[in-house]
Write a protein that binds this ligand. Structure first.
Ligand code: FPP
Length: 241
């Protein structure tokens, strides 16, 4: 008989903020002779499951990399399909996640997104603003370097307008998209790639990194627990001893 492996995680040491680079949709689809867009669709389905699982485990913030500033370089059809999928996700999320207390927020350069998407983001953020439970932070048209540059430009503009600004880590962090979100404790990347690809560069400085060969559409709650277990077995020293 087959027994499901039981993963013993310490429920008192759940990472408060998990961030995920959901990679491998294209390869997952290719392996099955399906279109890349089909892979993204599966990816979106898996995201819903992982949001619920994260909430059940007691995670407070889940940030997911849905579309990077570099992803515009993909073929137009794939970009269009991804936008459609994300729009659909935002439209249905509230209803589908209503029993899971999920507040939805979006980080990234909004002005570069289609108007319809910007409106939908505003709607869903406003409608879920007062929900307390899990904050699902969707990184959309997001780039870490661009985010830092925007924050620096803001500081420079304020300084040149004569305002007294201190150039400190806190001052810069306050001008990032994530200003009221704690830094991630754990960053997971699926599909065997081991890099950050411009994701949460400032915020991820002391995050524990977890890489798995599992392709995102195959990622399950058990894989999430495995990542958390690995996190719990590490010693976080934040540069100290
Ligand atoms: C990387 O896989 C994945 C993306 C660029 C998009 C992530 C999007 C989703 C998981 C689905 C939609 C998201 C939301 C919020 C509804 P890849 O295409 O680079 O895979 P590959 O490296 O195997 O080609």
């Amino acid at each position: 008989m087959l027994f499901k492996k039981k993963i013993e995680i310490d429920s008192s040491k759940i990472p408060k903020h998990i961030a995920i680079i959901m990679d491998g949709n294209g390869r997952w689809a290719k392996k099955r002779g399906l279109s890349r867009n089909f892979g993204h669709k599966e990816g979106s389905r898996v995201l819903k499951k992982i949001v619920r699982a994260s909430h059940n485990l007691g995670v407070k913030y889940l940030t997911v990399y849905a579309f990077s500033t570099e992803n515009w370089q993909r073929p137009k059809d794939e970009v269009d399909q991804l936008m459609k999928l994300i729009l659909e996700y935002l439209r249905n999320a509230e209803e589908e996640l209503k029993d899971h207390s999920v507040r939805i927020r979006v980080i990234g350069n909004r002005k570069g997104l289609p108007a319809e998407m910007q409106d939908e983001i505003e709607r869903v953020e406003a409608n879920t603003r007062n929900i307390e439970g899990l904050d699902l932070v969707i990184a959309l048209n997001y780039g870490g370097r661009q985010e830092i540059l925007e924050a620096v430009s803001e500081l420079v503009a304020e300084a040149s307008s004569g305002k007294a600004v201190e150039i400190t880590e806190t001052a810069l962090a306050k001008r990032l998209y994530t200003k009221d979100i704690p830094d991630p404790d754990l960053i997971i990347r699926t599909s065997g790639e081991m890099r950050l690809s411009n994701f949460l560069l400032w915020q991820g400085t002391y995050a524990e990194l977890f890489f798995t060969n599992v392709l995102w559409p195959d990622f399950t709650e058990e894989h999430l627990q495995e990542a958390i277990l690995s996190y719990q077995n590490r010693q976080r020293r934040f540069g100290g001893v």
